[in-house]
Design a protein around this ligand. Structure first.
Ligand code: SLL
Length: 252
């Protein structure tokens, strides 16, 4: 009989794993509608959970449940092994509940997130995308945080592809490769430094996004200053008018 797994937690350690999730949808080509699709269906779509750069996540993610709209037969789909995805056809957009079940040795409770299935173009040149029947992607980046994991799971996380951080939630990869205890990790599950075809989630993109946000903040500050200057001018005009014409009568 195997020895019972220890549920002792590794204190002060937080380990996170990045992943992406989302949907991809393509309108049917009216000339070549899939034969198996009901007459009112218009799109083929897929909902998925994957590692960054398709990295294997099955050492921490045991299975994924996708809860589709009730109009679907067997709307609760449990995917027991990678690839964690469901492919379907349909006509309407709806919210999908995605439930993550972690490996049993983790002792972690399942966690659920929601994602809106997008069938129709919603960003950029929408008309062109419709004309060209471009695939519509709606993909998000997320990190699961294992706070003070139990010892066995800690070993699994740090023995395989791993990124760890000690202490606060805000620590970022890059400090990974060592745990808060100063132990070296064998692998890495960090976000890649640079973007590549098929993966736009990278340090490089994160940096660019921060630059864009910085520029946007500067622009907003400039606009606020312009509006304030304008207000000063208008208030001065009002004062001058009041000096010569008197105060306007109060409205009832
Ligand atoms: C809407 N609130 O009205 C949404 C519901 C339902 C989507 C969308 C087909 C299911 C089936 C399907 O696309 N359901 O017939 O198998 O837009």
């Amino acid at each position: 009989m195997p020895a019972p797994a220890s549920n002792k937690r590794v204190k002060g350690v937080q380990i996170y794993r990045p992943f992406i999730y989302g949907t991809e949808a393509t309108p049917f080509d009216p000339e070549h509608r899939p034969r198996d699709a009901p007459a009112d269906h218009t799109h083929r779509w897929k909902v998925f959970v994957r590692g960054i750069n398709n990295e294997d996540v099955s050492y921490w993610l045991r299975k994924v449940q996708f809860k589709l709209h009730d109009t679907y037969a067997n709307s609760v789909r449990m995917i027991e092994a990678p690839p964690f995805e469901v492919e379907e056809t349909g006509w309407g957009e709806f919210e999908i509940a995605i439930k993550f079940y972690f490996t049993p040795d983790s002792g972690e409770k399942p966690q659920q997130i929601w994602h809106g299935l997008k069938l129709h173009p919603y960003v950029g040149d929408v008309e062109r995308q419709k004309r060209e029947r471009t695939r519509v992607d709606s993909v998000c980046y997320e990190e699961v945080l294992f706070s003070e994991p139990v010892e066995g799971f800690y070993d699994v996380l740090t023995g395989g592809a791993a990124a760890a951080q000690g202490g606060g939630k805000t620590g970022k990869a890059g400090k990974a490769g060592k745990t808060s205890k100063g132990e070296s990790l064998k692998g890495t599950a960090e976000i890649p430094e640079r973007s590549a075809a098929g993966n736009k989630y990278s340090r490089e993109e994160e940096g660019k996004e921060l630059d864009r946000l910085g520029e946007a903040v500067k622009m907003v500050q400039k606009l606020i200053k312009e509006e304030k200057d304008l207000l000063v001018v208008e208030e001065k005009k009002l004062q001058d008018l009041e000096a010569t014409e008197g105060k306007p009568p109060k409205k009832k």
